[in-house]
Design a protein around this ligand. Sequence first.
Ligand code: PGA
Length: 260
Amino acid sequence: MTRARWVIGNWKQNLLRGPAEALARGLVGGLPDPLIDSDDKVKVGIAPGYMALDVVRPWCRPAGPLFLFAQDVGAQESGAFTGEVGPGMLIDAGVRGAIVGHSERRALFGESDAVVSRKLRCALDAGLRVVLCVGEPLEVRAAGDHEAHVLGQLAAALANLPEDSLNHRVIIAYEPVWAIGTGNTATPDDAAAMHGRIRSWLREHFGAAGSDRSILYGGSVKASNAAELIAAGDIDGFLVGGASLEQAAFLSIIQSVAGP
Ligand code: PGA
């Protein structure tokens, strides 16, 4: 099976509703024709802030070609959880998937592996896609413990899933923390090495399903480095922060993944 290729823009806490709608519209206008509605080349997702979900929805499936993601999701379906947005609410708003375990959620908002695991399970049970983010901080890489760290995060998030849950709705994103928003991208070799390790862990634990899951790279992906990263092998696309806010840069990254 050919793995799905994805480029997903994480807009973080940026863009009011007007600019968000304009960016989504511009992206759809700029997508090369063969990519529109094609599942085989590259799937394009956007993850705007919650308040802009409704204004970009007309450009997202089923009305348009983009896949609509949320940047986070609650760890429980509903109840007395002030401030939380549950998976059912997201689906009701037209959202198709959610990012879970982003390093900013882990580092700045205290999300533990246990919370990440609950969010992932809750989102999958509700029928959302999930982009599960894993990645090591700089000091962990400096100490040479990056593989153990990342595989530990994977195990904590996925180990308790029933075996048949690792289906096409699970997407993994390797995002070294030291590369996020810093301009320091992992070298293609470093990224490919970690992707290869994640791939073998997935195969070990989930058999054939582990071979079919998309593993995205994230961390200062730009128009200028996307082509060499995608050529490194075992990289099935990108989770893009800063460059996803610039229409031309994001379109160029999509083109690099789609190939000629
Ligand atoms: P960046 O962010 O592309 O701005 O480094 C990536 C991410 O946080 O997903």
